[in-house]
Design a protein around this ligand. Structure first.
Ligand code: FES
Length: 331
């Protein structure tokens, strides 16, 4: 196991590892959804993590995918992920479903958390389909903190919705709403129509659901909504002051690069030999996050919240750019 300390600019910092883990168990938990329970081959404890964290599975040198940890944070010897076989798979979920079985080893990197659970007296969780995965440990954490919580869980059909059995014990805190049992869209009004001062909304699911929840939460107090995306959100119009070309100064490595219009910051840094970790290359996973020392980022990612964007002290260099002629990064 190789270890690095992860400094995550205000996010949860973990001991991060890159290691080959063994698939201890593989179970089918819903139509098209398998869970993989991963463990160190020698039985060592894995790094601590908290609700909302994810790991990278390095399936092949060019196939890296992120999955939320969905087991219990107290089980230090195991990590669990749940993987939906995506019919439009670009290779990741298909590889996992076809190639990984009990006894296989898989290269794993992490954990990281870009969806941390902030303290609150009350939580409204909203999950769509496989978006239930980061929410499960959040429910465990809310229970442990004695917080009040509710879950609205939508999906295609009950058979396709993972983890319904373990959720059953929570009774009417959980509303399960399969699409084939309702006439209309998921009833977000039932939980979001009245803005609440004492409630944080955590949502994970497909883009349509996230957009609808973002719309419904507009009248809510600032920063009430926390979302995690599986894929990049629709491209926004660049701001009027977006720059085609700008300079990035890497303070720790003493290198300054020019980023032209046809290159990302990540690519420009890589060409100059500045090491930055990257994974999804579409602003979703948070792996390439860098601390900003000076300058104004032009955020194009799907990771940072509005409040984090406004702070301007971190940037996802695979997609984001700069609104100032010079950006100074702590790398
Ligand atoms: S590499 Fe995933 S956000 Fe940049």
């Amino acid at each position: 196991m190789t270890e690095t300390d992860q400094a995550t600019g205000g996010k949860q910092a973990y001991r991060e590892v890159e290691a080959d883990l063994e698939v201890l168990r593989r179970e089918t938990v819903a139509d098209g959804v398998v869970t993989l329970t991963l463990a160190d081959q020698a039985g060592a404890d894995l790094p601590e993590w908290s609700a909302g964290a994810h790991i990278d599975l390095l399936l092949t040198p060019s196939l890296v995918r992120q999955y939320s940890l969905c087991g219990s944070t107290s089980k230090r010897s195991e990590w669990m992920v749940a993987v939906l076989l995506d019919p439009d798979s670009r290779g990741g979920s298909q590889f996992i479903h076809e190639e990984l079985s009990e006894g296989s080893t898989v290269r794993v990197r992490g954990p990281r958390n870009h969806f941390p659970m902030v303290g609150s007296p009350r939580y409204q969780f909203i999950a769509g389909g496989i978006g239930i995965t980061p929410i499960l440990p959040m429910i465990e954490a809310a229970e442990a903190r004695g917080a009040d919580w509710q879950l609205l869980y939508g999906g295609r059909a009950r058979a396709s919705m993972a983890f319904l059995d373990p959720l059953e014990r929570f009774g009417d805190r959980v509303t399960v709403s399969p699409r084939d049992e309702r006439q209309s869209r998921l009833d977000l009004d039932s939980v979001l129509a009245e803005p609440q001062d004492d409630t944080l909304v955590y949502c994970c699911g497909p883009e349509g659901l996230l957009g609808a929840v973002e719309g419904a939460c507009r009248p809510w107090p600032d920063d009430s909504l926390r979302i995690e995306r599986f894929s990049a959100k629709p491209l926004e119009e660049p701001p009027p002051d977006a720059l085609d070309t700008f300079e990035v100064e890497c303070q720790a490595s003493g290198v300054t690069v020019t980023v032209p219009a046809n290159r990302s910051i990540y690519e420009a840094l890589e060409e100059e030999g500045v090491a930055v970790l990257g994974s999804c290359m579409e602003g979703v996973c948070g792996t390439c996050e860098c601390d900003v020392i000076e300058g104004e980022p032009d955020h194009r990612d799907s990771v940072l919240s509005e409040a984090e964007r406004a702070r301007g002290d971190m940037i996802m260099v695979c997609v984001s750019r700069s609104r100032s002629e010079r950006l100074v990064l702590d790398i």
